[in-house]
Ligand binder design. Structure first.
Ligand code: GLU
Length: 507
């Protein structure tokens, strides 16, 4: 099984593109096949500098690895179509010889004139096809000598000779049998006047030369497939299997998910941050938003594929085992950012703290937060990852406990304090000093005994204690937080509180 991902470097990779690459990757790994990255850059007018590097970096970050490609080489090199330019013309000429294609000499003005004339005659959006072709300047209408003379002297294109009245049927692994009638199709250009192939020719020739057995790509390529099927027939090559993936829709299901929609709704559509080289506009990526590659890839896998198992959280390895094209639906898949966050949260929880530490530490430093010992940061990450959906939430959580609460407290917090509890805190601190085994369980015992001795209920004591130690009215286990803060820090925070609020006896 040979699969390929064949992006055009016309900009950053949209998550729809990541999904196409991912499904190809999963099948290649599952079936011990081969995965090729091919850069389809024949349309020089749409080329965007940096896009190819972006695509490779983004897929690498996602863990989608290739067996062959421009960045790693391989037996089918080169992998950029612009570097394979000299190869395609012979195939276009072969089709002319076989009567499946022809030379056309029409200028832009002549094409425009044709459209106007046929429109005036009542034909809606006229195309270059069986109806119009006899009126145009091409090797089917001009005498052979003139054709030869023009080929030597003028720019020309090679067009596919679309059969007049034929049904093209092919099997799509997701959609089943699909049929198109050739009267809906036009004589597509295969070779352009600058000698470059168009997408259709280069794509089919390369899939054949690279031995591709399965073409898995977005639904937007479905209308091109009948032409590709006819090209395989014309070349007398065995055609690959085709699968067209459902569209990615906006969360409300009302149309294709675009970058503009995503901007409006406040979520990314690109895996990594992208800076448009022309406009300088920056689009924040999922990585920079704080997604783990594991989380993003897991969520993307679910956009159109329904696992047979009763679960939604998968590692890349598990996806490789479970994925199947049979369970990819035809209907468009709605993007759901909350779900993406939830999936990411499940991966954050499972991630060992030691793997999160370097990333949190890096963010800590870029934000210039106060120094924090490794062990303390690890403990805070341990607590934070239970509730955070994205990496920055872990950083924010750790920061909020590491920084001392600002005194005086906000009025809303102040009003929740119990003077009765505050009055007994010095005696609590006294008991804390004598703890030998500074652990949450022991802290819990000491706190409970103290509350009992002072005849105050825990439900009254804990909120006050939490507010004065952390400046927050809710959060994870207070015992656990106190364990992390340590005795010295607790004393400092209590004293800061006591001096601002004028509590008489401090320790
Ligand atoms: N170059 C096309 C793209 O940008 C590839 C389509 C295909 O996979 O055949 O998506």
């Amino acid at each position: 099984m040979v699969l390929r991902f064949a992006p055009s470097p016309t900009g950053p990779l949209h998550i729809g593109g990541v999904r196409t690459a991912l499904y190809n990757y999963l099948l290649a790994r599952q079936k011990n096949g081969k995965l090729i990255l091919r850069i389809e850059d024949t349309d020089q007018t749409r080329y965007v500098p940096g896009a190819e590097e972006y695509i490779i970096e983004a897929l690498t970050w996602c863990g989608i690895e290739f067996d062959e490609g421009p960045h790693i080489g391989g037996p089918n090199a080169p992998y950029r179509q612009s570097e394979r330019k000299s190869l395609y013309a012979q195939y276009a000429h072969l089709l002319v010889e076989r009567g499946w294609a022809y030379y056309a000499f029409d200028t832009e003005e002549e094409l425009e004139l044709m459209r106007k004339r046929f429109e005036a005659a009542g034909i809606i959006s006229p195309q270059y096809n069986a109806i119009t072709r006899p009126y145009m300047k091409n090797s089917l209408t001009l005498p052979p000598d003139e054709v030869q003379a023009r080929i030597r002297a003028e720019p020309y294109v090679i067009r596919f000779l679309m059969p007049r009245n034929k049904e093209v049927r092919f099997y799509d692994e997701i959609r089943g049998w699909v049929a198109f009638h050739t009267k809906e199709l036009d004589d597509k250009v295969l070779l352009k006047s600058d000698g470059m192939p168009t997408y259709h020719l280069a794509n089919v020739v390369d899939d054949h030369l690279m031995g591709v057995t399965h073409v898995i790509r977005g639904e937007e390529w479905l209308p091109s497939t009948p032409l590709h099927v006819l090209l395989y027939e014309a070349f007398e090559w065995e055609k690959p299997k085709f699968a067209h993936l459902p569209l990615l829709l906006r969360p409300d299901g009302g149309g294709k998910l675009s970058k503009r929609d995503a901007d409006q709704l406040g979520f990314p559509v690109f895996p990594l941050t992208w800076k448009d080289p022309e406009t300088g506009e920056v689009s924040v990526g999922f990585r920079e938003r704080g997604f783990l590659p594991e989380g993003l890839v897991n969520y993307i896998a679910l956009l159109g594929w329904h696992p047979a198992e009763e679960k939604e959280v998968f590692t890349l390895e598990e996806l490789t085992h479970s994925f199947s094209l049979e369970r990819v639906s035809r209907a468009g898949a709605r993007f759901d950012y909350e779900k993406a966050r939830w999936i990411n949260q499940q991966h954050l929880r499972r991630m060992p703290t030691s793997s999160l530490l370097p990333q949190v530490r890096a963010a800590w430093e870029t934000q210039n937060l106060p120094p924090i010992p490794e062990e303390k940061l690890s403990q805070l990450i341990d607590l934070a990852k239970e509730r955070a959906a994205l990496l920055p939430e872990i950083v924010e959580f750790a920061r909020s406990f590491h920084e001392r609460p600002f005194m005086p407290l906000e009025a809303a917090l102040e009003s929740r304090l119990s003077p009765e509890v505050i009055q007994h805190i010095p005696s609590l601190i006294e008991s804390l000093i004598h703890i030998e085994n500074w652990k949450a369980e022991e802290l819990e015992n000491v706190l409970k005994n103290w509350a009992k001795a002072k005849n105050i209920s825990l439900s009254k004591a804990l909120p006050t204690l939490r507010i004065l130690l952390t400046g927050q009215h809710s959060g994870p286990s207070l015992y656990k937080l106190m364990e992390i803060l340590g005795l010295e820090e607790i004393k400092i925070r209590w004293q800061a509180f006591a001096s601002v609020y004028g509590v008489s006896r401090s320790v």
